[in-house]
Design a binder for this molecule. Structure first.
Ligand code: ATP
Length: 240
């Protein structure tokens, strides 16, 4: 049975339908990369899975149990953790406090202050710093560490490289690759198609709220994904 099942999910922002009939599954240990242009619906989809946005239709199954109606904090306890776009740290609190607060809300498991610092070594000398004073890369590492402190079974990562210097992106992805190698189950939003294809087991491309291409990363080419990303296949099909 899949760890996560998304069935015909719809999500709206007022009259605008941001997610349209989206269905997919994620098995234990898989990494699914969601790609797509700005406004394709990726953030809304992740937030809906995490319980931060109410769906307009469809179902979300976690370990076969329908969690569509349960609140975000209960999904966190069940093992679904979101690293939101923009990180949303408690900027007045220290890194250590950010991590410990999350640990207090989560599940029991292998992640604690020591194991998070091991996974993100750049946090070691920043534990006593105010989160608001960190560099972008350090903030992102704290945000992912905060999610790990809840001992999730499914990690939802929204654009972890957004606004980071290339060297910080490398550091964050090095840590993510170690998590993936350790068996983590991840759904991540990634704008960089090459990186998505390199890091993920499967890639799904969204266009205007729908998944228009999905497959195993190893069996997809950059050209296929780029075409779907910009809706070029559809444009060509529509041409006389
Ligand atoms: P980005 O890469 O820009 O974050 P995205 O693929 O994550 O894009 P969403 O942020 O989910 O896409 O946006 C999907 C659609 O919903 C867009 O048309 C966007 O303008 C709209 N939208 C997103 N958030 C809101 C909101 N809070 N209120 C109204 N419309 C919204």
């Amino acid at each position: 049975m899949a760890l996560l099942g998304v069935e015909r999910l719809d999500a709206r922002h007022g009259l605008l339908q941001a997610v349209r009939g989206v269905s997919f599954e994620v098995a234990q240990g898989e990494t699914l990369a969601l790609v797509g242009a700005n406004g394709a619906g990726k953030t809304t989809l992740l937030r809906t899975i995490a319980g931060a946005h109410k769906p307009a239709g469809g179902r979300i199954l976690f370990e076969g149990i329908d969690v569509t109606a349960i609140p975000a904090y209960a999904r966190l306890r069940a093992g679904i953790a979101l690293v939101p776009e923009g990180r949303r740290l408690f900027t007045e609190m220290t890194v250590k406090e950010n991590l410990l607060v999350a640990g207090a809300c989560g599940r029991v498991g292998p992640w604690n202050l020591d194991t998070v610092v091991e996974a993100f070594p750049l946090l070691r000398r920043r534990l006593a710093s105010r989160a608001g004073n960190l560099s972008g890369g350090e903030q992102q590492a704290t945000a992912i560490g905060r999610a790990l402190m809840t001992n999730p079974r499914l990690l939802l990562l929204d654009e972890v490289s957004l606004g980071l210097a290339p060297i910080a992106v490398e550091a964050v992805y090095r840590s993510l690759e170690a998590l993936i190698a350790g068996g983590a189950t991840i759904v991540l939003v990634e704008q960089d198609i090459n990186r998505a294809l390199a890091v993920a087991t499967r890639v799904a491309c969204m266009l205007e709220g729908r998944i228009i291409l999905e497959g195993r990363a190893k069996e997809m080419t950059r050209e296929q994904v780029t075409e779907a990303y910009f809706g070029l296949g559809r444009a060509r099909r529509a041409a006389p």
